[in-house]
Design a protein around this ligand. Structure first.
Ligand code: RTP
Ligand code: MG
Length: 140
């Protein structure tokens, strides 16, 4: 198995409820290392670009509004099969369908305000990391 990196966002509902440390404990508990981390206020332009693939979806406007409604924590996670492993730790997009022990089961409030983002492929992980991190801000 290969060590890889994935991109994570702790969304505004996580910072609003002050649970970023609790979410990080689940991430680290799963064996993923937080090798890059920054708390930022996303601009509308950044959120629009990040979610461009969903531009035609009915929830796009709401999603951009939510992602800019408060600070987020952007992260680079590293570990064995990090992309798939983090998706597992996150749980289903809709928290009502998320498995026990997952971040979304424990913390997410709705399908829109679902606490975390994680890349869905290695290719997207590279693109997403590059959107928010310089190489010098990531250190294993
Ligand atoms: P993410 O990209 O945030 O890691 O989540 P995901 O892959 O599980 O879900 P995706 O289908 O990529 O959707 C991106 C984000 O859009 C919001 N969403 N809202 N209101 C809705 O029906 C709806 N559907 C999706 C969620 O915040 C989701 O995480
Ligand atoms: Mg997605």
């Amino acid at each position: 198995m290969a060590t890889e990196r994935t991109f994570s966002i702790l969304k505004p509902d996580a910072t609003r409820r002050n649970v970023t440390g609790a979410v990080n404990a689940l991430i680290e508990g799963a064996g993923l290392r937080i090798v890059g981390q920054r708390r930022i206020q996303m601009t509308k332009a950044q959120a629009e670009k990040f979610y461009e693939v969903h531009k035609e979806r009915p929830f796009y406007g709401e999603l951009v509004e939510f992602m800019t409604s408060g600070p987020v924590v952007v992260q680079v996670l590293e570990g064995e099969n990090a992309v798939a492993k983090y998706r597992e730790v996150m749980g289903a997009t809709n928290p009502a369908q998320a498995a026990e022990g997952t971040i979304r089961k424990q913390f997410a409030e709705s399908v829109g305000e679902n606490t975390v983002h994680g890349s869905d492929s290695q290719e997207n992980a590279k693109l997403e990391i590059a959107q928010f991190f310089q190489d010098s801000d990531i250190t294993a």
